[in-house]
Ligand binder design. Structure first.
Ligand code: NDP
Length: 299
């Protein structure tokens, strides 16, 4: 049933700026205490334009936070062996606290092999099986940046998530599964939905929290939602408009969802900015762990 007022729009841009400022302040203290600057190495193989934009933004966020960025741009025909050798060098380099190999990789390179080669204690993307395992059994490690950012937005919006009913739509290793585990860690009652889920609208309708990570433009409609639900839209879909122009939309139909939800993240300006903020947060956490440095604030 539509509500009389529209849902609050959750400002991920502002939340990300605030997190980045807190990371920068903590980097200053870390550097004063340890005499060194946290470092993030980003590796890009090939010329994929979207990946190049992401790598540029990550590099800029690193520098803005007062950290050192090490960018490695390799040609598309780089061999798997050469890439693995670079990962080995970065694993051994004491000034590198975080390593990120931008995905997707060219098809001749086995991405799983590369991800698994990164030292789990420098794996700031949180994709290494050791970090996936740590998350599953509740040990501290690195959590993938996108679901971590979603959790931060949910905590800021709702406070305690304990006992809330959450539905995560999508079960990928980088978003859906870690998101569900994070919500479970906060004592939500979690359902994971996917392409084989029967009567998805009915499943979604019982949730206080809905996280959509599907990759299907505007799939989740307002009449799927419980009135007052909090909706986190992870989707980034480019759809064509007229005259050759395109625009970004999420996995949630923002207009109809806003009429029913209590709060919702917009696309763009919701989850996206939090992903990069969490990457620099993870890099700082890595540096602090490696130096046995106690951060002033738990970020
Ligand atoms: P994947 O394609 O890896 O996973 C999509 C998931 O959605 C799968 O589990 C799939 O189910 C499920 N799914 C597909 N169709 C349906 C359907 N009709 N009903 C229910 N479930 C369905 O995507 P990602 O997890 O990598 O990304 C999801 C979205 O998030 C994308 O739009 C992506 O662009 C965006 N994204 C945004 C980020 C950000 O920073 N904001 C970062 C990462 C991703 P099944 O497993 O059964 O196939």
């Amino acid at each position: 049933m539509p509500r009389s007022s529209l849902a609050r729009s959750i400002d991920g841009k502002a939340a990300a700026l605030a997190l980045r400022a807190e990371v920068a302040a903590e980097v200053t203290r870390f550097t004063a205490a340890t005499g060194r600057v946290p470092g993030l190495a980003v590796v890009l193989v090939g010329e994929d334009p979207a990946s190049a934009v992401y790598v540029h933004s990550k590099g800029k966020a690193t520098i803005d936070a007062g950290m050192q960025g090490f960018e490695h741009r390799l040609p598309a025909d780089t061999s798997e062996a050469a890439l693995l050798a670079l990962v080995d060098l970065l694993n051994a380099d004491p000034v590198v606290d975080g390593i990120l190999v931008q995905l997707p990789l060219p098809s001749h390179i086995d991405a799983d092999k590369v991800t698994t080669r990164i030292d789990p204690d420098k794996d700031v993307d949180g994709f290494h099986p050791v970090n996936a395992g740590r998350l599953a059994i509740g040990l501290s490690g690195f959590v993938p940046c996108t679901p971590l950012g979603c959790l931060m937005l949910l905590r800021a919006e709702l406070g305690d998530l304990s006992g809330k009913s959450a539905v995560v739509i999508g079960r990928s290793n980088i978003v859906g599964k870690p998101m569900a585990l994070l919500l479970l860690g906060d004592s939500a009652t979690v359902t994971i939905a996917h392409s084989r889920t029967r009567d998805l609208p009915a499943v979604v309708r019982q949730a206080d929290i809905v996280v959509a990570a599907v990759g299907r433009p505007e799939m989740v409609k307002g009449d799927w939602l419980k009135p007052g639900a909090t909706v986190i839209d992870v989707g980034i879909n480019r759809i064509d408009k007229q005259e050759g122009k395109s625009r970004l939309v999420g996995d949630v139909d923002f207009a109809s969802a806003s009429a029913v939800a209590g709060a919702i993240t917009p696309v763009p300006g919701g989850v996206g900015p939090m992903t990069i903020a969490c990457l620099i947060r993870n890099t700082l956490v890595s540096a602090a762990r490696r130096e046995h440095y106690q951060m002033e604030k738990r970020l």
